[in-house]
Design a protein. Structure first.
Length: 85
């Protein structure tokens, strides 16, 4: 199973939705990094995601996937399961 990292904010509904999708795909290795009060984590997220400032920002096995909309698109296209395998 893939290693997934998700930068998030506690009050973000898109983050909640993304986590739900990942759990539906039996992701057990999910590293959640809150950027609510952690400036260093926010700066790291922006750097790793090539300047994106919105949450969530999701990485699967170190590959930047994008946000919740991007994750949902991968799921609709049937590509998410392969990335997580």
């Amino acid at each position: 199973m893939a290693q997934v990292t998700m930068y998030y904010k506690v009050t973000c509904p898109y983050c909640t939705r993304a986590e739900k999708i990942l759990k539906e795909h039996q992701v057990t290795d999910l590293e959640k990094i809150s950027i609510d009060t952690n400036r260093e984590a926010r700066a790291e997220m922006i750097e790793r995601s090539n300047g994106r400032t919105t949450v969530p920002q999701i990485f699967i096995n170190g590959q930047h996937i994008g946000g919740c909309d991007d994750l949902q698109a991968l799921e609709r296209e049937g590509k998410l399961a392969d990335l997580l395998a």
